[in-house]
Write a protein that binds this ligand. Structure first.
Ligand SMILES: NC(=O)c1ccc[n+]([C@@H]2O[C@H](COP(=O)([O-])OP(=O)(O)OC[C@H]3O[C@@H](n4cnc5c(N)ncnc54)[C@H](O)[C@@H]3O)[C@@H](O)[C@H]2O)c1
Length: 372
């Protein structure tokens, strides 16, 4: 198997300026101290090349408690204060979807590298603001496409790049949840930008598109449905609900999907849901002219040799998505900012995925295929 010669995704990473050439640990800040921030904070704490300088949350208690828990010397409720902090070189943005783009663009303009949680923006216009700021600054700007960093995805990408599956021409990505609407701001379209398509679809579109080699998008045909709401009435079933769940009705779709055609002839078929009368179902599969592979629910490669079909199961620690991907994602970000590693998951890729999502909504509304 051949090693890859080009850093993955680096070609699309925009202009490059390295901002941290010192051997001292990188000064980092985390803005937004909710659920997902814990994974960023744990990863920075475990990384000897990073040092947490400050934590920011509009909830003062949360900012103070989180800073104390993770040993940050200061905390604040104002992200502008973080951007003015000379000790901060890089920032993880872990706020709700409605503030990702505005904070990320302002941070880049203030000379800070950013790792922005997904989605990059609620719309492609918001995502474009971040890309423009990256291109003005040349700084590292990474989007939280954490699935790219899961060991099963890294292994499969190596097989694909070595040509083991041949030319890929079809991919499917599915994350069907029967009762997965978290409620609260996730279910408020104004804040989140959308439902399962924006929340989990963003990951599933990205991972399939990345495995396909990030081909250029030609057309998108999509559908949505909103028949069941957040199923707040359900009993006897534990599930994740956000802190303010049940306070208002869901304004996001229950189900979304679509077909994305690429200019190289490849096709991606997608379906995602928050609420559906069916069983939970997760799958990411790619098919080429020499072999195919399932990334989820478990990595498996299908091929043939000597007129015989082979099913190959790589012997690795985790065949499915592994939470260690967050450490790898943040490790790659720190290394890129220090000028010691390639720029992976650039915000330019976040913009392409935002365009696909927007086209799925537009296609669903107009009932026709959209050309990008
Ligand atoms: N990569 C993944 O797999 C993954 C998983 C879960 C969530 N996320 C993303 O992470 C983001 C946060 O999700 P969460 O579940 O942690 O949400 P959350 O509601 O638990 O946390 C968001 C936090 O941001 C704070 N906040 C809001 N506006 C702010 C501002 N202007 N300045 C500072 N703090 C602000 C809130 O007070 C809250 O503490 C979302 O965009 C979500 O899509 C990504």
């Amino acid at each position: 198997m051949m090693a890859t010669s080009e850093p993955l995704g680096a070609a699309a990473a925009g202009p490059q300026r390295t901002e941290h050439l010192s051997s001292d640990p990188l000064g980092v800040a985390v803005i937004g101290g909710g659920t997902i921030s814990r994974l960023h904070l744990d990863a920075y704490r475990a990384n000897p090349d990073a040092r947490l300088v400050t934590v920011c949350d509009i909830d003062a208690d949360r900012a103070r408690d989180t800073a104390a828990q993770y040993g940050a010397p200061r905390w604040t409720t104002s992200y502008e204060e973080v951007l003015a902090d000379d000790e901060v070189t890089a920032i993880s943005i872990c706020t709700r979807n409605d503030t990702h783009a505005v904070i990320a663009a302002a941070a880049l303009d203030a000379g800070k590298a950013v790792l922005v949680e997904k989605p990059l923006g609620r719309t492609s216009a918001e995502a474009q603001l971040v890309v423009d700021a990256q291109e003005r600054s040349g700084l590292v700007a990474q989007v939280g496409f954490v699935r790219r960093f899961s060991p099963n995805a890294v292994v499969l990408k190596e097989f694909i790049e070595a040509g083991d599956l041949g030319a890929l021409y079809y991919a499917t990505a599915r994350n069907l949840r029967r009762a997965g609407n978290p409620g609260g701001w996730f279910a408020d379209k104004e804040v989140s930008g959308g439902g399962p398509l924006v929340d989990v679809g963003v990951h599933f579109i990205d991972i399939a598109w990345w495995l396909l080699g990030t081909p250029e998008v030609a057309t998108v045909s999509g559908f949505t449905a909103d028949r069941l709401g957040d199923r707040d009435h359900l009993r006897h079933l534990s599930r994740y609900r956000s802190a303010d769940a049940g306070t208002s009705a869901s304004t996001v779709e229950d189900l979304a999907g679509g077909l994305v055609r690429f200019t190289n002839g490849a096709v991606l078929s997608l379906e995602v849901s928050y609420s559906l009368h069916g069983r939970d179902d997760v799958g990411v599969k790619v098919y080429g002219d020499r072999g195919g592979a399932e990334l989820e629910p478990e990595l498996r490669i299908s091929t043939e040799a000597h007129d015989t079909i082979l099913e190959v199961t790589p012997q690795i620690d985790s065949l499915t998505f592994d939470m260690s991907a967050f450490d790898a994602e943040i490790g790659a970000f720190v290394a890129a900012v220090r000028g010691e590693g390639p720029r992976l998951a650039p915000v330019q890729d976040g913009l392409t995925v935002a365009r696909i999502i927007e086209a799925i909504y537009a296609s669903a509304e107009r009932g026709c295929e959209i050309e990008l």
